[in-house]
Structures are given as C-alpha cells and as structure tokens.
Write a protein that binds this ligand. Structure first.
Ligand code: ATP
Ligand code: MN
Ligand code: MN
Length: 300
C-alpha cells in the first residue's frame, strides 16, 4: 500500500528560480537532448546526486554550443557567471583564484543554463577541504580489452579494498570504463589518500602484470587496464555520479550495485534518456549507504 505522502514525495519535482534562455538549444544532436531536456534529467536525479556535488569544489566542462562546439574545462569563474554558482576562496590556491561550488538545485540548474555538460567535483567537501571524503579508482581499459576483464578488475579492487576494512562502490564512467569509489571519513589528508590509491594500483599491477598497469605510459597499454589512481591528489577531479558526459549518446556516469555488473551494462549504457526508467524500476538506491559506509583510511 502506497501512502499518499510517499506518492506525493515521489512526484515532487524540485523547483528552480533559474531562467533558461534558449531552452530548445540542442546540446547532444545525435541523442536529441536539449537544454530543457537536460534540466528535466537533473530534476529527476537531483535527490540522489546532491551529496556528491553540493558544497564541493567543482571543475566544469562547459560546452555552450553543445557537444560539437567549443569546450571549456573550468576550475574558476567566467564572465557573467550565474550567482547560483558560488565563487569561493581556495585556501591554498597560489594565484588566489576562487574555486566554484553549488549549494542547491538552483546551482545545478545554473550549470545547465551555462552549458555545463560534465560536472567534475573534487573528492572533498569545502568544509573539510584538506581531508578527502572519497577515493576514486578510475579503470581505463585499452581499446582491445574485453568488458568482462574490466568488471574483473573492479571486483578484484573491491576485494582488496574490503580486505583493508573499507567499503567500495562502483559506477559506470559514461565513457569507456568503470570507477570504483571508496567513501572515507574525512580524517587523513590528500597525501595519504593518494598514497593509498597508488598502493592499491601498484599492488594490483604487481600481482597481474599482464592485465594491469599503474603507470599511464600509452605505449605499454595494449591489452591492459590502466588503474588510474591519479584522481586523488589535491585539485584532481573525477566526473560526478549522475553527471552527463559531453560525448555522443548523452551517456551518464551511473551508480550501480555490484551484482549489476555484467555484459548487459557497458560503460556508456545509461543515458539521459533511459535513466528515468532505470530509477523507477530500482527497488532501492545502490549507493544509498555510501556516506554511512565511510571509514578512516587504514594507518598501515
Ligand atoms: P573514461 O571512461 O573515458 O576514462 P573518465 O571520466 O574516467 O572517462 P576522462 O573524461 O578522460 O575520464 O577524464 C579524466 C579526468 O581528467 C577527469 O576526471 C577530469 O578531472 C580531467 N579532465 C577531463 N577533461 C579535462 C580537460 N579538458 N582538461 C583537463 N582535465 C580534464
Ligand atoms: Mn577513466
Ligand atoms: Mn583516467
């Protein structure tokens, strides 16, 4: 029996004060996704996405003319930047240039209005800026690597992460790979977080050198998966859960449960178009316990 209150909460669309100019502007010509379509997509994922994008320093891939136009990877504000995209002081930025953050749904809608087609947060919140609250292991397969091998890499990483007493979550990148994400209690600094990620990557590459690489040397990559641990230093970023990608198909980076990993779901399987169907079919949010699962980094 669905209670009336449940039903109304489900149907509640977040409201916005942001005005959209040219709502019919086409951002993804091949997928036929417009600015207005993107805003509708984000309204549906907002509740789940918010903890991963709110109050975090952000890098933004801005494509005002859509994915086929000019692209700007922005870590700082631009002329006429909307007030809902806050400029904040980065305590360690040498040039004193402000960083960017959003604090609410209007902020996300301002990103849509500005042509931001990819949102790349730091793995930290502004509140504990020097203490990351997640580690992102980015699995980058060479072109000739089978998808089943990428899944095996993710599962093996999970096994190692859990053996260290930490939790592991998985999402599609919306591009070519998978991201394995570790929630952390914000206690250790950037150096320790990156060192942990590096050790994970190097240990895996040492154990199975025919399959994995922990250095990004392009020439050596054939047939292998690069375990990219470099998303985890201060100022590094990775695409946010539910963020769209500025690539053909309007794919998104989709949080999965571990038992969903299969040949049926490739790295760019979930899109702006099919995500609403996925969300309404899900019994529960696979990343529901993400922040509750946070542990401090092991000291050894
Ligand atoms: P894939 O599955 O294709 O590897 P991905 O999200 O893992 O997708 P990229 O999109 O290649 O990988 O991005 C890697 C990282 O580099 C991003 O997380 C982002 O922080 C950074 N990045 C992306 N685009 C730019 C850019 N134009 N300039 C500088 N850094 C970028
Ligand atoms: Mn990648
Ligand atoms: Mn990478």
């Amino acid at each position: 029996v669905t209670r009336e209150s449940d039903r109304s909460e489900k149907n509640m669309k977040p409201q916005t004060a942001i005005t959209f100019t040219h709502p019919d502007r086409i951002y993804w010509p091949d997928a036929g996704v417009t600015k207005e379509g993107l805003a509708e997509y984000y309204a549906q994922v907002w509740k789940r996405m918010a903890p991963f994008v709110v109050d975090r320093p952000l890098a933004l891939l801005r494509c005002p003319e859509g994915i086929d136009g000019e692209k700007f990877f922005q870590k700082h504000g631009w002329r006429g930047v909307n007030k809902a995209i806050h400029q904040i002081k980065d305590p360690k930025d040498k040039e004193g240039k402000p960083a960017l953050k959003i604090v609410d749904f209007d902020g996300l809608m301002a990103l849509v209005q500005s042509g931001v087609l990819e949102i790349h947060p730091w793995g930290t919140t502004v509140k504990h800026w020097e203490k990351p609250d997640m580690i992102i292991m980015d699995l980058d397969p060479a072109e000739d690597v089978a998808w089943s091998a990428v899944i095996e890499a993710a599962v093996e990483l999970k096994r190692r992460i859990e053996a260290d007493g930490l939790a592991a979550f998985v999402k599609t990148s919306g591009g070519k790979g998978l991201h394995v994400v570790i929630p952390l209690e914000p206690k250790a600094g950037w150096a320790r977080a990156k060192a942990y990620a590096k050790r994970l990557a190097e240990d895996l590459a040492k154990a199975e050198p025919d399959r994995y690489l922990a250095v990004s040397t392009k020439a050596k990559r054939k047939g292998k998966i690069f375990i990219d641990y470099l998303r985890n230093g201060r100022g590094n970023t990775a695409v946010a859960p539910y963020s769209t990608r500025a690539r053909p198909g309007a794919a998104v980076s989709m949080p999965l449960s571990w038992d969903e990993l299969s040949s049926d779901i490739g790295p760019a399987h979930f899109t702006v178009e099919n995500t609403p169907t996925r969300l309404s079919a899900l019994k529960s949010d696979p990343w529901e316990n993400f922040f509750r699962s946070a542990k401090p980094l092991p000291t050894k």
